[in-house]
Design a protein around this ligand. Structure first.
Ligand code: C2E
Ligand code: CA
Ligand code: CA
Length: 544
């Protein structure tokens, strides 16, 4: 199974996913809580205002009744007066009694009875200058309430008694019934009525969290209402909504993220093709001979991958190797190429332990501590010895973690394998990596080999790479050698080995094995054999 994404990618996508899922959920939570708080404050203010308008209605029924009495000319306790009062008391619910008073006493109520007035507060005047409100207890009514009094000219007054229950009704919305506290009071501070949340569970401690309060005042009567509700009342009510919203939001966010991941992870058509090709074993190794330029003997080969399509087309690595690397196919491709190398060369190279096999790795291999173990596994039990293997690290692409790369290189070396710095001098590191990484071999890139021109013009970089390599105890391999002139120059300047079209292009396994048989026959330490160039020219055409 091919892993498409690197660890770094997965961590990044995981983090983005987490943010994508968590952010809307937290956002929804914040929004719901804020809306809940705002709505709660609004709700408390509305309920307080509702208390005031109900109280106003009740008190207005008192002032209206007094208007009626005044219009009817009631100013004494005569039978006509009582007859006017009685039906009003019967018909107007909040009014429990109508009376003629002398300030301190009820001279007569609607039944003609007298009653002492027990005043519970100072009288508060209304704007009209003749009417006052006062809290009283009326024995005949058996309760306390507000007495609306209107002065007549001769020290007597008309009064309407509105019971306390009629002023502060029990209309609290269900949500607030067990938690709200309120006080309806005259503007001078005297409470007309107050209520506390009922004690449902005597052991429960009173809620001491934040409280939402609102005050509403009447503009017709000198009364005001203060209402307080614990915030928790609304939080509890909205928690169901909150849970639903968070679950729903989380689910939707997860679905969206999943979809995004699916779209993102879906390999591009080209990558998908490569994955299939990899599964069908279409990535095959070609082998380019490496020659000892002093003795002329074959010393080994470099493995160069080719995509051999079912229709016979041969695709060069330049067109797919970067895609393989960026799509995470590198690891799987390298392993399958190595398995193919083992299958192709095991016999021939097992019989010729002096020959080496150079395998190109991706830079990602040098960032992964498991690389050496994975490679050892591929060659477990093979005739090819691990000490015949050379792993190439290109300097063309940056090595991000040099310390880690050093560790991986050590691990490969401890298997017995060698490590080569490929394309030396082309990278950004100058020649620093040559010293830092502790490699065994330096490969001079074709670009510098090409600077070896006609005649004796110096190729300064080639010279310094060879010198530096030797100073550091490394073997020096020149790549892309195409002319005898280049070969001659390299030989004279001390390069050890070379590969290039001058000797042979990369060959398919069969052709390469034939070449091995010819150049390095088993059993005898053969004299250096000239390369069968004519045969190779055919392959050059096939490969190009
Ligand atoms: P490289 O490792 O620098 O390989 C040398 C390249 O130069 C090869 O190209 C080879 O065919 C070409 N070459 C050799 N001699 C001559 C010559 O005399 N003249 C000219 N003009 N070219 C010569 P190729 O096979 O196309 O590979 C290109 C690059 O792709 C390689 O450069 C290597 O970086 C990468 N590559 C190839 N196979 C693999 C692989 O299996 N794994 C990895 N990670 N990279 C690979
Ligand atoms: Ca190489
Ligand atoms: Ca190279």
């Amino acid at each position: 199974m091919v892993t498409l994404w690197s660890r770094k990618h997965r961590i990044l996508v995981g983090a983005v996913g987490l943010v994508l899922v968590v952010a809307p959920v937290l956002g929804a939570k914040w929004l719901i809580e804020r809306t809940t708080r705002e709505n709660a404050a609004e709700n408390v203010a509305e309920v307080a205002a509702e208390f005031i308008s109900r109280a106003e209605l009740s008190l207005a029924s008192g002032t209206n009744a007094l208007n009626q009495l005044a219009l009817a000319g009631v100013d004494d306790c005569g039978p006509r007066s009582l007859e006017t009062m009685r039906p009003i008391v019967a018909a107007v619910l909040p009014i429990k009694a109508l009376a003629v008073t002398d300030g301190g006493r009820i001279l007569c109520n609607q039944f003609g009875e007298t009653d002492p007035l027990e005043s519970l507060s100072a009288a508060v005047p209304l704007n009209d200058g003749t009417t006052t409100l006062g809290l009283v207890r009326l024995r005949s009514a058996g309760t306390s309430g507000v007495l609306v009094t209107r002065e007549l000219s001769d020290g007597t007054a008309l009064a309407a008694f509105v019971a306390r229950e009629a002023i502060v009704g029990t209309f609290l919305p269900k949500l607030l019934r067990t938690t709200a506290a309120g006080t309806l009071a005259f503007v001078n501070g005297t409470a007309i009525s107050a209520f506390q949340p009922p004690i449902i569970d005597p052991r429960a401690r009173p809620a001491d969290g934040p409280v939402i309060s609102a005050r509403a005042a009447s503009d017709r009567f000198p009364i005001a209402m203060r209402l307080s509700v614990p915030e928790s009342t609304y939080e509890a009510a909205s928690s169901g909504l909150l849970t639903t919203a968070m679950l729903g939001g989380g689910l939707i966010a997860t679905l969206i993220f999943g979809l995004l991941l699916y779209i993102l992870r879906r390999p591009s058509a080209a990558v998908a093709q490569m994955i299939e090709a990899e599964g069908r074993g279409e990535f095959v190794p070609y082998y380019q001979p490496v020659i000892d330029i002093v003795t002329g003997r074959l010393v080994g080969c470099e493995v160069l991958v080719r995509w051999l399509k079912p229709d016979g087309t041969l695709v060069m690595p330049g067109t797919f190797i970067h895609l393989a690397e960026s799509s995470g196919l590198a690891s799987a491709m390298t392993l399958s190429v190595m398995r193919a190398v083992r299958a192709d060369l095991d016999r021939a190279f097992g019989q010729r332990p002096q020959l080496s096999i150079a395998i190109n790795l991706f830079n990602a291999h040098f960032a992964r501590l498991s690389t050496a173990r994975d490679i050892a596994r591929v060659f477990e039990g093979a005739s090819i010895g691990l000490c015949q293997l050379i792993f190439e690290l290109t300097e063309r692409l940056p090595v991000h973690n040099v310390a880690r790369a050093r560790v991986v290189i050590r691990k490969l070396q401890s298997l017995g394998a060698r490590v080569a710095l490929d394309d030396a001098g082309t990278g950004h590191s100058g020649l620093a990596h040559l010293q830092q990484l502790g490699v065994d071999i330096v490969k001079i890139d074709k670009f510098f080999v090409d600077t070896i021109g006609a005649g004796e013009t110096a190729a300064p970089i080639v010279n310094s790479l060879i010198r530096l390599g030797h100073d550091l105890g490394m073997e020096v391999v020149a790549e892309g050698v195409e002319t005898f002139e280049q070969l001659d120059y390299l030989r004279r300047h001390g390069a050890n080995q070379a590969q290039g079209y001058l000797f042979s292009p990369p060959l398919p396994a069969r052709a390469f094995l034939d070449l091995v048989e010819t150049m390095e026959p088993v059993g005898e330490r053969a004299e250096p054999q000239p390369l069968p160039l004519t045969e190779l020219e055919q392959d050059t055409r096939a490969v190009a």
